[in-house]
Design a protein around this ligand. Structure first.
Ligand SMILES: Nc1ncnc2c1ncn2[C@@H]1O[C@H](COP(=O)(O)OP(=O)(O)O)[C@@H](O)[C@H]1O
Ligand SMILES: Cc1cn([C@H]2C[C@H](O)[C@@H](COP(=O)(O)O)O2)c(=O)[nH]c1=O
Length: 217
C-alpha cells in the first residue's frame, strides 16, 4: 500500500540528500518517480544537497495541482510510482491534501521532505498539514547540532550573526551566512528561546572575560 511519509528536521540535517538518495534507490529498482521542489536555495527547479548532489525537479508554484500532475503523466503512459516532494514546508495546505489523495486514490508513494517550523518556531502551513495527514513522520537520524553541542531542534534567522524574530515567514537562505547577510543557524530550544546564537555566545563570553580581567587588574 502506498504511503505519505514526511521526513522532517531542522535546516541542514540532510533532508535533500536523503530525498536524492531515496530517488536513486527507487529508480535503480525500475520504479518511476517525479521530483518536485519549491524555492530551493540553488535556484528554480532544482533539488540541491550540501553534499554536492543536484538534480532537476519540477518547480511547485501556487497553482501546481499534484493530482493533475500525476494523472496527466499516467495518461501519457508513465506509471508514476512515487513522488519526491522537497522543501514541502513551502507547499500550501491544499497541495498537501492533493498529495494525500495521490497516495490514497492513485496508489503512488509520496516522500515529502521539509523543515517543520520557521524562525519563530511556528509551523509552516505545508508542514502543519503534513504532520496532520502523513502516514508517518520520520525525524532524520543525522543530528544537526547547536553551537553548545546539544541536538539542534530549532531554526533561527540571523542578521550579522544575531537572531531576529521579525520578518516574513519565507526568506530563502542558508546556514553559515557571513557579514550583515540574512542567514540561518540551527539551535537547541534552550538557546532559541534565549536568542543565543554562536556569535552572541562568543560576544557574551568575551565580555565576561574582559570584566574578569578588569577585576583582576
Ligand atoms: N563539507 C561537508 N562535509 C561533509 N558533510 C557535509 C558537508 N557539508 C554539509 N554536509 C552534510 O550535509 C548535511 C546537509 O545536507 P542537506 O541535504 O543539504 O540538508 P537539508 O536539506 O536538511 O538542509 C549536513 O548536515 C552535513 O551532514
Ligand atoms: C527557518 C526558515 C527557513 N526558511 C528557508 C531557508 C531555506 O531556503 C529553506 C530551508 O532549506 P533547507 O534545505 O532545509 O536548508 O527555508 C524560510 O524561508 N523561513 C524560515 O523561517
Amino acid at each position: 500500500m502506498a504511503e505519505l511519509v514526511f521526513f522532517s528536521g531542522t535546516m541542514d540535517c540532510g533532508k535533500s540528500t536523503l530525498a536524492l538518495q531515496m530517488h536513486h534507490n527507487h529508480a535503480a529498482r525500475g520504479r518511476d518517480g517525479v521530483l518536485f521542489t519549491r524555492q530551493d536555495r540553488a535556484g528554480t527547479a532544482t533539488i540541491s544537497s550540501r553534499l554536492g548532489l543536484t538534480r532537476h525537479a519540477c518547480e511547485v508554484g501556487d497553482t501546481t495541482d499534484f493530482w493533475a500532475e500525476v494523472v496527466t503523466r499516467r495518461t501519457q503512459g508513465r506509471p508514476v510510482d512515487y513522488l519526491v516532494a522537497d522543501e514541502a514546508q513551502f507547499y500550501t495546505a491544499e497541495q498537501v491534501e492533493q498529495l494525500a489523495r495521490v497516495v490514497d486514490e492513485l496508489d503512488a508513494d509520496v516522500f515529502a521532505f521539509g523543515i517543520t517550523t520557521d524562525f519563530r518556531a511556528r509551523l509552516f502551513p505545508g508542514s502543519a498539514r503534513l504532520v496532520e495527514l502523513a502516514d508517518r513522520v520520520e525525524v532524520l537520524q543525522v543530528r544537526a547540532l547547536c553551537w553548545c553541542g546539544a541536538r539542534a531542534t530549532h531554526n533561527a534567522r540571523t542578521v550579522g550573526g544575531a537572531m531576529v524574530v521579525e520578518g516574513a515567514q519565507v526568506v530563502v537562505g542558508d546556514v553559515g551566512a557571513s557579514g550583515s547577510q540574512v542567514g540561518y543557524e540551527v539551535l537547541c530550544r534552550r538557546h532559541h528561546v534565549r536568542r543565543m546564537t554562536a556569535a552572541t555566545a562568543r560576544a557574551v563570553h568575551a565580555h565576561a572575560d574582559a570584566v574578569l580581567f578588569e577585576q583582576d587588574a
